[in-house]
Design a protein around this ligand. Structure first.
Ligand code: EPZ
Length: 430
């Protein structure tokens, strides 16, 4: 169990480098199952989600090893293993991304149906419908999807769901279609940069994918994929989190390595809140000299404001000079951070599926509990802007999606330290 102890009120200043994108690395690791040779991924962040998926892939007969701090090498050693262990997949929804590659490359897969999680209902009906259209047969057996296919065949697939497309559903279907016989058209495909990056990675290995970044992706099946090397895009969610931290503390921070076009809608909203932003090809600088202006914010599929930055921007709007409203059209229930922000002195209330936020001058430090990855990031940001000390329990949730977050924030001048609690029950004593 980890604890973050934060001494708030310090404006962040300086230059920090963003790491590789978690949500590009995970589907790429799963897609490495398709390759006939070694795959080398550069710029992979050292995260617990990455480690967890590495364990799933090792159980599936792959050698997975770090050859330097952020280079991950993956190679199939034993292609007979087809069962993804429940003990790992239950803690990592992205583990479900191995289904498409396994069925396409090995003709069989036994993958646990992912559970729901704190941000709301997480169905996989679109994944299963898309893969079935390619010829996968499946049944549910003791909580596992047991799937088979002789040779997948190209088809027309529609992945548009009630709340936009599915990101990992697009990853699963696109990865499988690469080795299917004939042409696959995915309509209602996710346009997220992480999916574009996955498609470019697969093309580097010999796939033939067109239309990446548009709602219609066209895949011409090929008989095999070779190994290869690929550098992952920077993490736009980490970049957005660091920029929001700068805005909340009225500081001046430059995030190097970030790609502005991946965050266009976020930068536009930050400008509307009063931030001065200078975007260059591979960096984004933000300066904030006052409390933010209020606004209406709606998290949407790309290119809209990403749901993975909704909690962080909600924390920023909690300090606005007026009343704001936030809605999440992707995960309408993704508001775990609201009660915790109120414990820090915020004035947020749920109303008709949105959150109405009355801006306050400052947060006041308190003890809070981390939970969902991005809700936990919002609490860290609030602690940085709070008067006094904030203690964040169960802070290890942050290690799932942020590499050395407390070190990066301390580098920018934040008063933040990580402590290990002696044991879980001690946490309640401290
Ligand atoms: C990916 O999750 C990301 N995870 C999430 O990031 C992100 O919040 C989400 O996309 C939305 O951008 C990874 O990429 C590993 P979805 P995913 O399938 O693919 C509905 C983080 O913090 N839906 O795009 O699981 C679903 O209920 C994580 O890094 C169906 O109806 O999300 C939701 O409302 C959290 N049927 C919407 O689509 C399906 O079969 C989007 O879900 C699948 C999804």
């Amino acid at each position: 169990m980890a604890i973050f102890r934060i001494f708030g009120g310090v404006p962040l200043h300086g230059d920090v480098r963003v790491g590789g994108a978690k949500n590009a690395a995970l589907p790429m690791m799963a897609a490495a199952l398709l390759a006939d040779g070694p795959v080398r991924l550069e710029g992979v962040p050292q995260l617990t989600d990455v480690e967890m998926l590495g364990r799933v892939l090792r159980a599936l007969g792959m050698r997975v090893r770090w050859t330097n701090e952020n280079r991950l090498c993956l190679e199939t050693i034993n292609a007979r293993a087809v069962e993804a262990p429940y003990k790992y997949v239950r803690r990592l929804r992205a583990g479900f991304c191995v289904l498409g590659p396994l069925v396409a490359r090995r003709g069989r897969a036994v993958v646990p149906l992912p559970g729901g999680c704190r941000i709301g209902d997480r169905p996989v009906d679109l994944h299963l419908a898309g893969l079935s259209a390619l010829g996968m047969r499946w049944r549910l057996e003791r909580g596992f999807i047991v799937a088979e296919a002789e040779r997948l065949a190209g088809a027309e697939v529609d992945l548009a769901g009630p709340r936009g497309s599915t990101v990992t559903g697009t990853a699963n279907v696109m990865s499988a279609a690469v080795l299917a016989e004939g042409i696959t058209i995915i309509r209602g495909a996710a346009r997220e940069p992480e999916i574009v990056d996955l498609g470019r990675f697969l093309n580097r290995l010999g796939a033939r994918i067109d239309g990446l970044g548009t709602p219609e992706i066209r895949i011409t099946g090929v008989p095999r994929l070779s190994g290869g090397t690929y550098r992952i895009i920077p993490d736009r969610i980490e970049a957005g989190t660091l920029l929001t931290a700068a805005a909340m503390t009225q500081g001046n921070v430059r995030v190097s390595g970030a790609i502005p076009e991946h965050l266009e809608s976020v930068l536009e909203h930050l400008r509307q809140m009063g931030a001065e932003i200078v975007a260059e090809e591979k960096s984004i600088e933000l300066r904030m000299t006052d409390r933010p202006l209020p606004l209406e914010l709606e998290a949407r599929p790309y290119p809209g404001v990403p749901t993975d930055l909704q909690a962080q921007l909600t924390a920023l709007l909690s300090l606005a000079r007026g009343t704001s409203r936030v809605t999440d059209t992707v995960f309408p229930q993704r508001f775990l951070h609201v009660p915790e922000l109120n414990r820090l002195g915020g004035r947020l209330r749920r109303k008709n599926g949105s959150v109405v936020i009355e801006g306050v001058e400052r947060f006041r430090g308190a003890a809070v509990q981390a939970s969902d990855l991005r809700a936990s990031a919002a609490l860290v940001l609030a602690g940085l802007a709070a008067r006094g000390e904030t203690v964040i329990h169960a802070a290890q949730h942050l290690d799932r999606g942020y590499e050395r977050l407390e070190e990066k924030l301390a580098w920018l001048g934040a008063g933040i330290v990580r402590e290990k609690s002696i044991c879980p029950q001690m946490v309640h004593v401290m």
